[in-house]
Design a protein around this ligand. Structure first.
Ligand code: IPD
Ligand code: CA
Ligand code: CA
Length: 286
């Protein structure tokens, strides 16, 4: 089976490890605080995962749901960050922007709310820290699997205590890509469907798991070869972008430029595959 697989694709082996053991390395203090905050939010989220029917849910916008859990998880994160860094500014999905400082925390307390509310086991907490707009610390935490993805600028990316590396998949043939299908803002639907069609025909498969933060973490961990989505908010992928970069990958906007944090239109992959993805998307650019 393994030999048959190898003979048809250019990748070395289906279970090539992108997670390497690492001797313990000191994390930045800010990343440690983000880990603590993510664990607190994870407790809030998991306590209610077995009683989803009793949650109060409201629709912020068309297909944009929020529950008391999103808000409680965000409060837990903010408490932890405020105690450690009372002067830092915040941009959080549910409570918006607070404070003015060179340091700003970018927080999605529950990424994958729709999954969570349906009991679909794919959601995460995403916390990033920027300094003068540059990403410095990142945490994406999957509380169901107890997987803590962390990155410090210049210090690499880890899954728990294992070092992460993007795959070396060089071509679309044989690649597994993640994506997000537009479900709120339909502006780019036709452009998106053109991209989806081409990638579906050229790759081994496309996955739409429903948590952009985890999609990026999975690119960093080599579980996905690449990812693209249009119309994300910065809190969906600020932490994920640093994870991918620190795992040796490239993150860009869909034209291959650097405006992804502003536009929310984003591609993440290893450098070779990233170029192939930009080429495939180019004819469909909105
Ligand atoms: C959503 C998830 C989803 C992506 C959406 C996001 P939310 O975040 O990341 O994968 O496709 O664009 O809004 O609303 O669950 O925090
Ligand atoms: Ca989100
Ligand atoms: Ca959210």
């Amino acid at each position: 089976m393994l030999l048959a697989y190898q003979s048809h694709t250019s990748r070395p082996a289906p279970f090539r490890s992108a997670v390497f053991p690492v001797s313990s390395r000191a994390m930045n203090p800010t990343t440690n605080i983000a880990v603590r905050a993510a664990r607190q939010a994870g407790n809030v989220i998991m306590r209610s995962f077995s009683r989803l029917d009793s949650l109060t849910v409201s629709e912020k916008d068309v297909n944009d749901f929020v529950s008391e859990i999103d808000r409680n998880a965000e409060n837990a994160i903010l408490d932890t960050i405020h105690k450690a860094y009372p002067g830092h500014a915040i941009l959080a999905e549910e409570s918006g922007a607070h404070g003015k400082d060179d340091f700003q925390w970018i927080i999605d307390p529950l990424d994958g709310t729709t999954n969570y509310l349906h009991g679909f086991p794919q959601f995460a907490i995403s916390i990033a820290l920027t300094h003068r707009g540059r990403l410095e610390s990142a945490v994406v935490y999957d509380p169901l699997r107890d997987e803590m993805f962390t990155a410090d600028r210049g210090g690499g990316a880890l899954l728990n205590d294992r070092r992460l590396r993007v795959t070396d998949q060089k071509v679309l043939k044989g690649a597994l890509l993640g994506t997000g299908i537009p479900y709120r803002d339909q502006r780019y639907m036709d452009a998106y469907l053109g991209m989806l069609k081409d990638f579906t025909q050229e790759t081994a498969g496309i996955r739409r798991p429903g948590s952009a933060a985890l999609d990026f973490a999975y690119v960093a961990a080599g579980r996905l070869d690449g990812f693209w989505e249009l119309g994300l908010s910065v809190w969906d992928f600020a932490a994920g972008a640093l994870l991918v970069e620190e795992a040796g990958g490239v993150v860009s906007d869909i034209a291959g430029g650097s405006r992804h944090l502003e536009t929310g239109n984003v591609i993440a992959a290893n450098i070779r595959l990233h170029g192939k993805m930009v080429d495939t998307i180019r004819p469909h650019l909105p």
